[in-house]
Design a protein around this ligand. Structure first.
Ligand SMILES: [Fe+2]
Ligand SMILES: [Fe+2]
Length: 170
Protein backbone atom coordinates (compact mmCIF):
# COMPACT_ATOMS: atom_id res chain seq x y z
CA UNK A 1 0.00 0.00 0.00
CA UNK A 2 1.31 3.42 -0.96
CA UNK A 3 1.77 5.93 1.83
CA UNK A 4 -0.38 9.02 1.37
CA UNK A 5 2.66 11.30 0.95
CA UNK A 6 4.07 9.11 -1.82
CA UNK A 7 0.67 8.77 -3.47
CA UNK A 8 0.28 12.56 -3.47
CA UNK A 9 3.67 13.26 -5.00
CA UNK A 10 3.06 10.56 -7.65
CA UNK A 11 -0.24 12.26 -8.48
CA UNK A 12 1.65 15.53 -8.82
CA UNK A 13 3.92 13.77 -11.32
CA UNK A 14 0.88 12.37 -13.19
CA UNK A 15 -0.21 15.97 -13.76
CA UNK A 16 3.29 16.99 -14.86
CA UNK A 17 3.69 14.11 -17.35
CA UNK A 18 0.22 14.79 -18.76
CA UNK A 19 1.10 18.46 -19.10
CA UNK A 20 4.40 17.54 -20.80
CA UNK A 21 2.45 15.62 -23.42
CA UNK A 22 0.12 18.58 -24.02
CA UNK A 23 3.02 21.04 -24.09
CA UNK A 24 4.78 19.04 -26.81
CA UNK A 25 1.52 18.70 -28.74
CA UNK A 26 1.10 22.49 -28.66
CA UNK A 27 4.69 22.87 -29.88
CA UNK A 28 4.12 20.23 -32.59
CA UNK A 29 1.05 22.06 -33.77
CA UNK A 30 2.97 25.34 -33.92
CA UNK A 31 5.81 23.71 -35.88
CA UNK A 32 3.37 22.02 -38.26
CA UNK A 33 1.60 25.27 -39.08
CA UNK A 34 4.89 27.14 -39.53
CA UNK A 35 6.40 24.84 -42.15
CA UNK A 36 8.66 22.76 -39.91
CA UNK A 37 7.31 19.30 -40.63
CA UNK A 38 10.39 17.49 -39.30
CA UNK A 39 10.33 19.41 -36.03
CA UNK A 40 6.58 18.73 -35.80
CA UNK A 41 7.12 14.98 -36.30
CA UNK A 42 9.80 14.97 -33.59
CA UNK A 43 7.47 16.78 -31.17
CA UNK A 44 4.46 14.58 -31.93
CA UNK A 45 6.60 11.54 -31.15
CA UNK A 46 7.80 13.26 -27.97
CA UNK A 47 4.20 13.96 -26.94
CA UNK A 48 3.44 10.24 -27.39
CA UNK A 49 6.36 9.35 -25.14
CA UNK A 50 5.11 11.71 -22.45
CA UNK A 51 1.72 10.04 -22.59
CA UNK A 52 3.48 6.72 -21.98
CA UNK A 53 5.12 8.28 -18.87
CA UNK A 54 1.72 9.64 -17.78
CA UNK A 55 0.22 6.13 -18.07
CA UNK A 56 3.16 4.47 -16.30
CA UNK A 57 2.57 6.66 -13.22
CA UNK A 58 -1.23 6.18 -13.33
CA UNK A 59 -0.87 2.40 -13.46
CA UNK A 60 1.82 2.32 -10.79
CA UNK A 61 -0.25 4.31 -8.28
CA UNK A 62 -3.31 2.11 -8.85
CA UNK A 63 -1.28 -1.10 -8.73
CA UNK A 64 0.08 -0.15 -5.31
CA UNK A 65 -3.38 0.41 -3.83
CA UNK A 66 -3.42 4.18 -4.32
CA UNK A 67 -5.80 6.15 -6.47
CA UNK A 68 -4.50 7.91 -9.57
CA UNK A 69 -6.24 11.22 -10.12
CA UNK A 70 -6.69 12.24 -13.74
CA UNK A 71 -6.06 15.96 -13.69
CA UNK A 72 -7.26 18.91 -15.73
CA UNK A 73 -4.20 20.13 -17.58
CA UNK A 74 -3.27 23.77 -17.84
CA UNK A 75 -3.18 25.27 -21.30
CA UNK A 76 0.32 25.42 -22.77
CA UNK A 77 1.60 28.35 -24.84
CA UNK A 78 0.62 28.07 -28.49
CA UNK A 79 3.01 30.65 -29.93
CA UNK A 80 6.79 30.39 -30.10
CA UNK A 81 9.36 32.84 -31.40
CA UNK A 82 11.24 30.26 -33.42
CA UNK A 83 12.69 26.76 -33.44
CA UNK A 84 15.67 27.64 -31.24
CA UNK A 85 13.50 29.34 -28.63
CA UNK A 86 11.12 26.38 -28.73
CA UNK A 87 13.87 23.84 -28.01
CA UNK A 88 15.27 26.05 -25.25
CA UNK A 89 11.86 25.76 -23.64
CA UNK A 90 11.86 22.00 -24.15
CA UNK A 91 15.21 21.78 -22.35
CA UNK A 92 14.03 24.01 -19.51
CA UNK A 93 10.91 21.86 -19.13
CA UNK A 94 12.90 18.60 -19.13
CA UNK A 95 15.24 20.00 -16.47
CA UNK A 96 12.18 20.85 -14.38
CA UNK A 97 10.86 17.29 -14.85
CA UNK A 98 14.24 15.83 -13.85
CA UNK A 99 14.21 17.77 -10.59
CA UNK A 100 10.60 16.76 -10.05
CA UNK A 101 11.51 13.04 -10.46
CA UNK A 102 14.49 13.54 -8.13
CA UNK A 103 12.19 14.91 -5.44
CA UNK A 104 10.10 11.73 -5.63
CA UNK A 105 13.26 9.61 -5.42
CA UNK A 106 14.30 11.54 -2.29
CA UNK A 107 10.86 11.10 -0.70
CA UNK A 108 10.79 7.37 -1.53
CA UNK A 109 14.09 6.93 0.35
CA UNK A 110 12.91 9.07 3.26
CA UNK A 111 9.74 6.96 3.51
CA UNK A 112 11.70 3.71 2.94
CA UNK A 113 9.40 2.93 0.01
CA UNK A 114 11.83 0.76 -1.95
CA UNK A 115 9.23 -0.37 -4.50
CA UNK A 116 8.60 3.22 -5.53
CA UNK A 117 12.35 3.85 -5.51
CA UNK A 118 12.80 0.90 -7.87
CA UNK A 119 9.91 2.02 -10.11
CA UNK A 120 11.52 5.48 -10.42
CA UNK A 121 14.87 4.20 -11.71
CA UNK A 122 13.47 3.90 -15.24
CA UNK A 123 12.53 7.59 -15.09
CA UNK A 124 15.93 8.59 -13.68
CA UNK A 125 17.63 6.97 -16.70
CA UNK A 126 15.01 8.33 -19.10
CA UNK A 127 15.60 11.92 -17.92
CA UNK A 128 19.33 11.65 -18.63
CA UNK A 129 18.47 10.60 -22.21
CA UNK A 130 15.77 13.25 -22.61
CA UNK A 131 18.04 16.10 -21.55
CA UNK A 132 20.96 14.81 -23.64
CA UNK A 133 18.86 14.49 -26.80
CA UNK A 134 17.49 18.05 -26.46
CA UNK A 135 21.01 19.41 -25.83
CA UNK A 136 22.18 17.66 -29.02
CA UNK A 137 19.32 19.26 -30.94
CA UNK A 138 20.20 22.71 -29.56
CA UNK A 139 23.86 22.19 -30.56
CA UNK A 140 22.73 21.39 -34.12
CA UNK A 141 20.40 24.39 -34.22
CA UNK A 142 23.32 26.64 -33.26
CA UNK A 143 25.53 24.96 -35.84
CA UNK A 144 23.16 25.38 -38.79
CA UNK A 145 22.06 28.91 -37.88
CA UNK A 146 18.71 30.46 -38.71
CA UNK A 147 19.18 30.40 -42.48
CA UNK A 148 19.60 26.65 -42.78
CA UNK A 149 16.48 25.62 -40.88
CA UNK A 150 15.28 23.73 -43.95
CA UNK A 151 18.16 21.25 -43.72
CA UNK A 152 17.85 21.00 -39.95
CA UNK A 153 14.14 20.28 -40.30
CA UNK A 154 14.90 17.42 -42.69
CA UNK A 155 17.60 16.05 -40.37
CA UNK A 156 15.95 16.23 -36.96
CA UNK A 157 14.15 12.87 -37.10
CA UNK A 158 17.50 11.11 -37.54
CA UNK A 159 18.39 12.50 -34.09
CA UNK A 160 15.74 10.43 -32.32
CA UNK A 161 17.61 7.68 -30.50
CA UNK A 162 16.46 4.07 -31.02
CA UNK A 163 15.87 3.87 -27.23
CA UNK A 164 13.56 6.89 -27.35
CA UNK A 165 11.69 5.26 -30.23
CA UNK A 166 11.22 2.15 -28.15
CA UNK A 167 9.70 3.99 -25.19
CA UNK A 168 7.14 5.57 -27.53
CA UNK A 169 5.68 2.15 -28.26
CA UNK A 170 6.32 0.58 -24.81
FE1 LIG B 1 8.22 12.46 -19.09
FE1 LIG C 1 10.25 14.19 -21.19
Amino acid sequence: MLKKKVEDICNRQIEREGYSSNLYLAMASWAETNGFSGVAAWLYAQADEERVHFLKFIKYVNERGGKAVIPALKKPANEFKGVEELFKEVLKHEEFITSSINEIVALSLEEKDFNTHNFLQWFVTEQVEEEASVRTILDKVHLVGKNNMYLFDRDILSLRTPAAGKTATA
